[in-house]
Design a protein around this ligand. Structure first.
Ligand code: ACO
Length: 323
């Protein structure tokens, strides 16, 4: 069988680091409130003129370098973002051009915070289906451009950034000892649209709009949705919470991550947590967290890694892989 193997990871954070104390000068909030409710201490904010494609390209170069492959060998780019440079064309084709790639194909994928899990699952299906051989899968966001900076209930939560992986089709035996993606599970339920959305868009208001969220409602659903798709991955592969090596969840909120790990029986020291320094970077949060755990040597060859996300829509999903 064909397996999609990650050859390398890369990430990028904009230089500007915005602390909770700086936010407290902009809206009525405090470091204590934000840390206690979310675990977030700081987030990074894109510079004026710095776009989603710029950050995606920076992360992609680092992933290509880590993988030791040249950009022209990439025949598929899937970019997960809810904050594209333009309404169209896809930001992925801008990334393709900036990397100097003129062959293959590139497109954007929109599943908000679940974007990276959806993009990885999509690229895996293309590789296993033989439509491409080597893919760049990127999550990149400039949520600072859609956040209402006067709304303390949302502006303290989000940050900007990008992460990328190089994915290659390889032959495997078909069992859970293979390297690469072992199991993908995606879900959505559009009845929850109004709990987390942007109140603008080309077809509705002809504006970009601002992020709106009923935080408590999102929180209420998050843990059960997350644990459901993870249990699906465990039963599909025979891997368990005890044998799993690393849990790399979407980084929205420390309390949601800790409650999910606890409910599943995953030890706290297997959880990769970057929300404190990154905030919620939506589709970029998983590849940013993954890259940090790969580069600091935590994730090693043969380790099993569970990626998981839940976000607007609602959308949710998991990808279980062996490094
Ligand atoms: N600073 C100080 N006070 C605040 C702030 C703030 N930044 N924001 C809200 N408050 C106040 C509220 O006004 C409210 O005051 P009131 O009681 O006088 O009305 C009080 O704090 C409590 O507000 P709640 O919204 O009930 O606070 P809660 O404990 O639920 O925490 C939070 C809010 C952190 C947003 C939480 O609900 C949460 O984490 N929800 C999940 C959100 C999430 O993870 N979304 C992303 C997932 S999907 C994606 O990633 C796109």
């Amino acid at each position: 069988v064909t397996r999609s193997v990650i050859l390398g990871t890369g990430s990028y954070l904009p230089a500007k680091r915005l602390t909770n104390d700086e936010l407290a000068e902009m809206v009525d909030t405090s470091d204590e409130w934000i840390v206690q409710r979310t675990g977030i201490q700081a987030r990074h904010i894109a510079a004026r003129g710095e776009m989603t494609s710029d950050m995606a390209v920076a992360a992609a170069w680092r992933a290509l370098e880590a993988a030791g492959v040249a950009p022209e060998t990439i025949d598929l780019i899937v970019l997960a973002t809810s904050t594209p440079d333009n309404t169209f064309p896809a930001t992925a084709v801008t990334v393709q051009a900036k990397l100097g790639i003129t062959t293959g194909f590139a497109f954007d994928l929109q599943a908000v915070c679940s974007g990276f899990v959806y993009a990885l699952t999509t690229a895996d299906a293309y590789l296993r289906g033989g439509l491409a051989k080597r893919a760049l899968v990127i999550g990149a966001e400039t949520f600072s451009r859609i956040v209402d900076w006067s709304d303390r209930t949302t502006c303290v939560l989000f940050g900007d950034g990008a992460g990328a992986v190089v994915l290659e089709a390889r032959e495997g035996t078909g069992d859970a000892s293979d390297r690469g993606i072992l199991s993908c599970h995606l879900r959505s339920d559009g009845r929850h649209k109004d709990k987390l959305y942007v109140d603008g868009g080309p077809s509705s208001t002809q504006t970009v709009g601002h992020l709106k969220m009923e935080g408590r409602e999102v929180y209420k659903h998050a843990v059960s949705m997350i644990t459901d798709v993870i249990e699906d991955a465990f039963s599909a592969t025979g891997i368990t919470a005890q044998t799993l090596d690393w849990f790399v969840p979407h980084q929205a909120n420390r309390r949601i991550i800790e409650a999910s790990a606890k409910k599943l029986g995953i030890d706290a020291d297997k959880v990769v947590m970057t929300v404190g320094e990154h905030g919620n970077t939506s589709a970029a949060s998983i590849p940013l967290a993954l890259d940090s755990a790969v580069r600091d040597g935590r994730i090693k060859a043969d380790d099993t890694v569970m990626l998981e996300a839940m976000g607007g829509g609602f959308t949710w999903g998991s990808v279980l892989l062996r490094w």
